[in-house]
Design a binder for this molecule. Structure first.
Ligand code: SF4
Length: 382
């Protein structure tokens, strides 16, 4: 795999680091992770070497996102090592957004203080629910008490930019229970809230359980009710529903890193299974700590595969990604970039969508309404 260098005139790229370790596998999760935490030290050595590999292609970042897996399984000292390496090979542009995902139950005030001292300024806490029986059903290893203590500890340590991740559409969770979860979440006044609808990925324990016990996901109509109730409740509380699953308390509290993914801004993904994007090429690493470390030890890029996106693929992705955001599609930019006048070419469909209150036209933007966001993936089929 060869990556061409990043053009310095473009917006700054983002850096993603995948920490591929979890103490147990949550029932719904299809992300790559393993339980062998004894492999953390060799993984960190490989990660530092991978940073060096890419230092000729990427020079600086203004967002860093450390996800997983469970990054909070690493000690503060191990994070310090990671940041020494990042600073050795790249420049961190100011003001940078530096996020880490944490699992409630792994953390303490002292731990959060150490993370802050490294420059980490944003937390994503994987709370998922404030209901212990639901957490158990999902296979999470923390409790409601752990979640509340994690938020308190983060605040005591001085974090103000705190995001909470939640899941809805779980068996036995009706809208009333879900609204209670949202109300509880709002009581902590988080900067950011992500609400993900449960999906059953193949080869996950929950998929097997649903199949074996004949449990079904909520019907489409019920899922839409969850979605609309979520959007309405959080927007009424002052949050901006800026992407299908994401809400920010203020404009400047939107996830700058995730927005790069949605806007085709280049990003470098390090670690097993991590994806990267540069100059219309997307590539991803081998989803195996052992193979990843082995390749790097042999001075090879640990890349599993790479694809060069055609203009048509980029155009489709732009439609798909932009129609999942409240910002929508800038029709002029779209025309300039792809030579296609969406408003002329798709006039009949757009008129029908406007009539059905799924999109609206505002200041040259095609914007999904709240109901449109509920069916965002089908809007991209225009
Ligand atoms: S949901 Fe998060 S903590 Fe659970 S197995 Fe997946 S990556 Fe690990």
């Amino acid at each position: 795999m060869t990556a061409t260098s990043f053009n310095n005139e473009s917006p700054h790229p983002g850096l993603y680091i995948h920490i591929p370790f979890c103490l147990n596998k949550c029932g719904y999760c299809s992300f790559y992770s393993i339980k062998s935490i004894n492999l953390i030290p060799p993984f960190l050595s490989a990660l530092k070497q991978e940073m060096e590999f890419y230092s000729n292609h990427f020079q600086s970042f203004d967002t860093i996102y450390i996800g997983g897996g469970t990054p909070s399984l690493l000690t503060a000292k191990q994070f310090a090592e990671i940041f020494v390496a990042i600073n050795k090979f790249y420049k961190i542009e100011s003001p940078a957004e530096i996020t880490i995902e944490v699992n409630p139950g792994d953390v303490s005030v002292e731990y959060f203080q150490s993370l802050r001292s490294l420059g980490i300024n944003r937390l994503n806490i994987g709370i998922q629910s404030f209901d212990d029986s639901l957490l158990k059903f999902l296979g999470r290893r923390h409790s409601e008490k752990d979640a509340i203590e994690a938020i308190d500890a983060a605040r005591t340590a001085g974090f103000t930019n705190i995001g909470i991740d939640l899941i809805y559409g779980v068996h036995h969770q009706d809208i009333k229970l879900w609204k209670r979860t949202l109300q509880k979440t709002l009581s902590f006044f988080p900067a950011h809230i992500s609400c993900y609808q449960l999906s059953l990925e193949v080869r996950t324990p929950l998929n097997k359980k649903y199949g074996a016990e004949g449990i079904k996901l909520p019907k489409e109509e019920q899922q839409t009710k969850f979605f609309l109730a979520t959007s309405e409740k959080l927007e009424n509380a002052g949050y901006i529903h800026y992407e299908v699953s994401n809400f920010a308390r203020r404009e400047n509290l939107k996830s700058r890193h995730n927005m790069k993914y949605w806007q085709h801004v280049p990003y470098l993904g390090l670690g097993p299974a991590a994806h990267s994007f540069l100059n219309n090429k997307r590539w991803w690493n081998k989803p195996s700590v052992k193979n990843y470390s082995k390749e790097i030890a042999q001075n090879k890029m640990p890349v599993e595969s790479m694809e060069k996106l055609t203009a048509q693929q980029l155009q489709l992705e732009t439609l798909f990604l932009n129609l999942r955001t409240k910002a929508g599609i800038n029709l002029e930019h779209y025309k300039a970039k792809y030579g296609a006048d969406l408003f002329v070419d798709k006039r009949t469909i757009i008129d029908a969508l406007i009539k059905n209150k799924l999109v609206e036209l505002k200041n040259g933007f095609l914007i999904p309404t709240r109901t449109g966001l509920a069916v965002a993936d089908s809007l991209a089929l225009i």
